[in-house]
Design a protein around this ligand. Structure first.
Ligand code: PEP
Ligand code: MN
Length: 347
């Protein structure tokens, strides 16, 4: 249920609604939009009726939210949520489409710094790189761990680019949050509820990737776990799902982009690298994702993809990435967006 406040409702009026709801046994989440404030009520609503709040000062109306994802629903908040990354150096969810790029894995200090400079030059505004890698085989490279996080921080210091990196376990959340500007929850961990709660209890932005066999509704419910623990800074990422198709590594579900934009106010990120698994398909699907309304792209880029320690087959070369950025600007313009520019957003 949401209690919609009148435009200009005072803090005291909002506070009175919150106190009344809590005295009746439910949890409250005030959501401040550009045009209106709502108080979302979750938990045990059995002692509430439609009339409970109607006569209170500052209250416009009370509405039931039909969707199971209460806090993320577009009904709860019609405006797009815009998420500030690194104290607002980059903003995701607005008119400018953010491009995040970098290697699948951080392989070394000079490697990540070289890539960071190259992607910045080409126009990316966030650096990606895995330090803790979820690998199908336990014998494959598992990531540089803490050293990888330190190298990412060095690359950020060298270029000013905020960094996104994966956190795989609950116990690592605090450590990864000390280094990263965005915490990535990988596809394999979409439904790791303990991890979702842990990233929900801290305030660094989180990018939640869709599970390999997760439905869009399940993705939204998992994001609701994060938000209901207090962290509204969540980005949702479509990265392809498993189907019977074998021509590509995954089936990149582009439908998810407009479906998510319709269902929720959170920003949507598209990952055509994992979505296709094939470098030569990445430019076309990146352009398609921007045309479909994605708020950000995350792309794997490597100076020597054939010798990358992971996901080389789907990684663009530095030159391919720079060429792609040119055409992304044109597609963005065609759909009344821009590509977030480093000089606009970086200190
Ligand atoms: C990655 O981003 O490198 C990654 C492991 O992604 P996913 O969790 O989508 O497989
Ligand atoms: Mn990868």
């Amino acid at each position: 249920m949401i209690v919609v406040m009148k435009p200009g409702a005072t803090a005291a009026e909002i506070g009175a609604v919150i106190r009344k709801a809590e005295s009746l046994g439910c949890k409250t989440h005030p959501i401040y939009g550009d045009n209106r404030t709502v108080v979302a009520l979750v938990g045990d609503l059995t002692r509430l009726t439609r009339e409970t709040f109607d006569q209170m000062d500052g209250v416009l109306q009370t509405m039931r939210i039909q969707e199971p994802y209460k806090l993320l629903s577009r009904t709860t908040r019609p405006d797009n949520t815009i998420i500030d990354i690194a104290e607002g150096r980059v903003r995701v969810g607005g008119e400018a489409v953010v491009v995040m790029a970098g290697p699948c894995s951080v392989e070394g200090r000079s490697q990540i710094i070289e890539i960071a400079h190259a992607i910045k030059e080409a126009g990316a505004t966030v650096l990606r790189g895995g330090a803790f890698k979820p690998r199908t085989s336990p014998y494959d490279f598992q990531g540089l761990g803490l050293k990888g996080l330190e190298y990412l921080a060095d690359a950020r210091a060298a270029t000013g680019l905020p960094v996104i990196t994966e956190v795989m376990r609950e116990e690592q959340v605090q450590m990864v949050a000390e280094y990263a500007d965005i915490l990535q929850i990988g596809a394999r961990n979409m439904q790791n509820y303990g991890l979702l709660q842990a990233v929900g209890k801290q305030q660094k932005p989180v990018m939640l990737k869709r599970g390999i066999s997760g439905t869009i509704r399940e993705l939204l419910m998992c994001a609701e776990y994060i938000v209901s623990n207090g962290n509204y800074n969540v980005l949702l990422c479509e990265r392809g799902i498993r189907t019977y198709e074998t021509a590509t590594r995954n089936t990149f579900d582009l439908n998810a982009v407009p479906v998510l934009k319709q269902q929720t106010h959170l920003p949507v990120v598209a990952d055509p690298s994992h979505g296709t698994g094939l470098r030569e398909l990445v430019p076309a699907m990146s352009r398609a994702a921007v045309a479909a309304g994605a708020d950000a792209l995350i792309l794997e880029v490597h100076p020597d993809p054939d010798n990358a320690v992971s996901d080389g087959r789907q990684s663009l070369t530095l030159e391919e990435f720079a060429t792609l950025m040119q055409s992304l600007r044109r597609v963005a313009e065609a759909v009344d967006r821009t590509i977030a520019a480093p000089e606009m957003v970086l200190a």
